[in-house]
Design a protein around this ligand. Structure first.
Ligand code: HSE
Length: 398
């Protein structure tokens, strides 16, 4: 049944306004925004009495039967979402950091209070990847999910590679267009992709992994040397997250830049678009593509969750509840390109073998095999080093 929804909206930034616009284009949905909670008073496009300044006013308003949380602060989002669930209200959220860091508790709260928390907009913007993993890929065939999960870093890489723009200029554009997070380090250092990957992992394989335990590295240290290297060899550089089922009931996951050849689906994913390759037994590969950032695309995913709530939809966490348990263990090896300046940095990397190397006064690189576990052990030091890392084509499995 399409039940009547009275929405309390927390946040009226890029996505909040995007949602408000797309809701106006959806008359068939019996939903209305009753109140919007924002931080500060200022001139806005809607009447002043639509706004309030404390989330409590949304949660305690008995007319409101759905809270839509679209703010960027993960701690405040946690309070709003958990309080709302505890008060018996359904919730739609797009806050990937908050969801990824608290997923186990959020799953329990839904069960305990018999409410629904949906978060399609938290991963890959307008691409309906979570609901598909939950509903269509609800069998044992799934082997891996690999993709460009962050629109801002992809936008920057596209502008650098295809339009010869500088990194700072491209980042500024991504910010001006409303793609980047309030703290853009989230985008360019791989945190945003990491949170999304953790969420996709729970719906792909049922394993709830703490983001702190996962290897992630982004594009903020990319240099002209790296771009020239990639171009000369016919690659593009993309920031890619991947979760893969291994033998012996284990999964592996990480976020790293990759050197990508033309023959890969994600080679042509440009600008703020995201692309997700789903690999499994019997069907081999499938590819989902769409806008991964921006107010209206992300608002459309929130709208879809609101519609789902109107039809009493809940995630069943099928993989977690009904399938064989898979544990996260970072085994395996990858081949990486490591550009470095100082030997002191190089010594941190325990290469098992080297297949290519280059040395000059300004810059050196090595390409070689390394255990992912050994990279994971130094993940918190990587950003401070004068280096850049990218997975090479040789070890790409998607
Ligand atoms: N900052 C995010 C991105 C927004 O660029 O992908 C969408 O999650």
């Amino acid at each position: 049944m399409n039940k009547e929804l009275k929405i309390g909206l927390a946040g009226f930034g890029v996505v909040g306004q995007g949602l408000y616009d797309v809701l106006q284009k959806s008359p068939a949905l019996n939903a209305q925004v009753l109140k919007i909670c924002v931080k500060n008073k200022k001139e806005r496009s809607l009447p002043e009495d639509m706004f309030c300044y404390s989330p409590k006013e949304l949660i305690e308003n008995e007319e409101i039967n759905l809270i839509v949380e679209l703010i960027s602060d993960a701690d405040e989002a946690y309070t709003i979402v958990t309080e709302a669930l505890k008060s018996g209200k359904n919730v739609v959220s797009a806050n990937k950091k908050m969801i990824a860091e608290n997923l186990a508790e959020l799953i329990e709260l839904q069960k305990e209070h018999d409410v629904s928390l949906l978060y399609e907009a938290s991963a890959c913007g307008s691409i309906p990847v979570i609901r598909n993993l939950e509903e269509y890929y609800d069998n044992d065939l799934l082997l891996s999910v690999t993709g460009i999960l962050n629109g801002s870093s992809n936008y920057i890489l596209s502008k650098i590679f295809d339009h010869n723009k500088g990194y700072d200029e491209a980042l500024k554009e991504a910010q001006d267009l409303g793609f980047a997070e309030a703290n853009p380090s989230f985008d360019v250092d791989g945190f945003d992709s990491l949170f999304k990957l953790v969420i996709l992992t729970a719906h792909s394989f049922g394993t709830v992994v703490s983001p702190e335990d996962v290897l992630h590295y982004g594009i903020s240290n990319i240099s002209d040397f790296d771009i020239r290297y990639a171009k000369e060899k016919g690659y593009k550089l993309k920031l890619v997250g991947q979760v893969e089922k291994l033998e012996e009931d284990k999964i592996s996951l990480f976020v790293l830049p990759r050197l990508v050849m033309k023959d890969k689906y994600i080679y042509n994913v440009e600008d703020e678009f995201n692309g997700v390759v789903i690999q499994g037994l019997a069907y081999d590969k499938q590819f989902m593509f769409g806008k991964g950032a921006g107010g209206h695309p992300t608002g459309s995913a929130v709208l879809s969750d609101i519609t789902a709530i109107a039809h009493d939809y809940k995630y069943e966490y099928k993989k977690k509840n009904y399938y064989q348990k898979l544990s996260y263990e970072q085994t395996g090896e990858i081949e990486i390109y490591l550009r470095y300046k100082n030997d002191a940095d190089l010594t941190q990397f325990k290469f098992k073998s080297i297949s290519e190397e280059y040395s000059s006064v300004d810059c050196n690189y090595k390409i070689g095999l390394i255990k992912i576990k050994d990279l994971l052990a130094i993940k918190d030091q990587l950003r401070a080093m004068d280096i850049f890392i990218a997975v090479t084509r040789k070890t790409l499995n998607y």
